[in-house]
Write a new protein. Structure first.
Length: 270
């Protein structure tokens, strides 16, 4: 009797199924602006696109090539960006403006009646490595060369600091793209003015002669730069069970990130 009752209830639920025609909310595409300023660069770059709707058919973000993009310093100095087709970015003229530590800059993008902007304050100074050591790590495979890299630096006291450590192979030709081998992010909470350290392993499979040199970089950044790159790495992770990482946004009137950083580098050799 229980089985018959269960079957009757199941059929009743099935008979109640009906396709619902629900109008999904529409979202207006927004202007997107990305710019990371640094005195490391002779030319500053910016990327402008149109966002893709969250609901509905996904579309690749469309790069905008005809926006008015410009940068204004805290003293009122203005520099315009020009779109360069070869790289797909907006670029300032060579050495058009000096990005000074401790100063604020605002980047604007204007397209028709839409405008977006973001402001960044460049860090006061760049931290640098006080120690860096690489050692070989034994591997059971002849074709695998593992390295452990340990580095230390002194935190800049009296302020909140945001650090990023990256390791890149230095290609034979500077124009070649280099794949990031390591990406680490560090805060100085409860470590103000103290020695900070990082230790990590990297693999080098059959390294070619032009990949026998590596650039170990220590980036001192503002919060927007730090949060964007940290969340981007988390978002691009390969763990399907990881929690989604909302992207950082500090651009007014639209989406994107305007940040700044200072960088020091050392060269490692095999």
């Amino acid at each position: 009797m229980k089985r018959i009752l269960f079957l009757f209830i199941s059929l009743a639920f099935l008979s109640c199924e009906k396709e619902a025609d629900v109008a999904l909310p529409s979202t207006k595409p927004k202007l997107v602006l990305f710019a990371f300023l640094s005195n490391e660069n002779a030319q500053q770059t910016a990327f402008v696109s149109i966002s893709s709707p969250v609901i509905g058919n996904y579309q690749e973000p469309r790069t905008i090539t005809d926006a008015r993009v410009y940068l204004i310093s805290e003293t009122g100095e203005r520099v315009d960006f020009d779109f360069v087709w070869q790289v797909g970015f907006y670029v300032t003229p060579l050495s058009a403006i000096a990005i000074e530590p401790g100063k604020s800059y605002t980047v604007y993008a204007v397209l028709n009646n839409d405008s977006v902007w973001g402001t960044t304050r460049v860090p006061q100074q760049a931290a640098s490595f006080s120690e860096y050591v690489q050692t070989k790590v034994p591997s059971p495979f002849e074709w695998e060369q593992k390295r452990r890299i340990t580095c230390k630096w002194t935190d800049i006291p009296g302020q909140d600091n945001y650090y990023r450590i990256t390791l890149y192979p230095k290609p034979e030709f500077p124009a070649e793209d280099a794949e990031e081998l390591y990406n680490g992010f560090f805060l100085d909470r409860q470590q103000d003015g103290k020695t900070m350290a990082s230790s990590f392993e990297v693999n080098a499979y059959n390294p070619e002669p032009n990949q026998s040199r590596y650039a170990l970089n220590l980036v001192t950044s503002d919060l927007p730069y730090y949060e964007y790159h940290r969340r981007r790495v988390n978002y691009a992770g390969e763990d399907p069970f990881s929690e989604p990482s909302p992207m950082y946004n500090n651009v007014k009137g639209g989406l994107g990130v305007v940040g700044s950083y200072l960088k020091t580098s050392v060269e490692l050799r095999e």
